[in-house]
Design a protein around this ligand. Structure first.
Ligand code: HXC
Length: 260
């Protein structure tokens, strides 16, 4: 699809996307790359990473795949270091890695609950924490005009209540809290923009095929979906692209302490 944005809006930027090998994460990665960014994708499955990287490179995108599990702080540190070593900077972190399955609360073991909390929420914080030293200024000593940006992909399940998603709802609520806290602290201290994107049901994703298998097909003709369709990965990628670009931010011109 033709992009509404100029092709070079992320030129010179480097992005690291967790869960960037499939679904929404891959779409964001592809659009960042098509708009000039060099991209590193992180995931647990080498075969998924390999196939995503080859498809990105076939589009002329500078891309690398880095195996790792966001639950492990050693993996997080290794992956952010490797991204910086390979591309020489790190401007954008997108936390799109997530775990999910449908299960009634009664049948969910505490370890199943913890597993999704660990991937979605602890993993998001772990990646942000590991990447901070590079994202602060696009890299140590780089002196770019502003700090970089972080985007956390959340959901809308926890705004009300969703059947068989207690673990994911709790995890995504925590992701939203992490987003707000980091936006406050790191925005103030380092000029880093921390934003959340909360997709509703998005078609053609591993998440939707797990959460709405054929036997529970979502009725898209109801007026609970005003556009009579599920969202598209493209919609999310365009929102991410806007937030990552200079269009998403106008640096303040305060000469000194703005609160004086
Ligand atoms: C019940 C389950 C389960 C299931 C795992 N567990 N799958 N419980 N039903 N289907 C329990 C296990 O029994 C175990 O608890 C614990 O969870 C850990 O399981 P493991 O298999 O050892 O964990 P792991 O290999 O780390 O895998 C975790 C995983 C992950 C969450 C299952 O592999 C996964 O889901 N990957 C898919 C990624 C995915 O779908 N991404 C899209 C997300 S979409 P016990 O007690 O037995 O030890 C998304 C969108 C949300 O997030 C919003 C949509 C609208």
């Amino acid at each position: 699809m033709e992009s509404p944005f100029k092709a070079d809006i992320l030129k010179g930027k480097v992005a690291l996307i967790t869960g960037g090998g499939s679904g929404i994460g891959f779409e964001i990665t592809k659009e960042f790359g098509r708009h000039g960014a060099a991209v590193a994708i992180m995931g647990r499955r080498k075969s998924v990473l390999d196939s995503a990287v080859s498809s990105l490179r076939s589009l002329g995108i500078q891309a690398i795949g880095l195996e790792g599990d966001v639950r492990k702080k050693e993996d997080a540190a290794r992956v952010v270091d490797a991204t910086f070593e390979h591309f020489g900077r790190l401007d954008i972190l997108v936390n799109a890695a997530a775990g999910n399955f449908l299960v009634p609360a009664e049948d969910l073991s505490p370890n199943g609950f913890k597993t999704v909390m660990d991937i979605d929420s602890v993993g998001t914080f772990t990646m942000c924490h590991a990447a901070l030293k590079y994202i602060k200024k696009g890299g140590p000593g780089r002196g770019t005009s502003s700090g970089g940006t972080i985007m956390n992909i959340s959901a809308t399940l926890h705004y009300t209540a969703a059947w068989y998603q207690i673990h994911v709802s709790a995890a995504k609520a925590a992701v939203d809290a992490i987003t707000r806290s980091l936006a406050l602290e790191w925005g103030t201290d380092y000029d880093i923009r921390v934003n959340g994107i909360a997709p509703g049901p998005i078609g053609d994703t591993p998440g939707l095929s797990k959460l709405a298998p054929d036997e529970m097909k979502i009725d898209l003709s109801t007026d609970s979906r005003p556009l009579y369709k599920a969202g598209e990965k493209w919609d999310i990628a365009m929102a991410a692209l806007y937030l990552a670009s200079d269009a998403g931010y106008r640096k303040h011109n305060w000469p000194s302490d703005p609160f004086v």
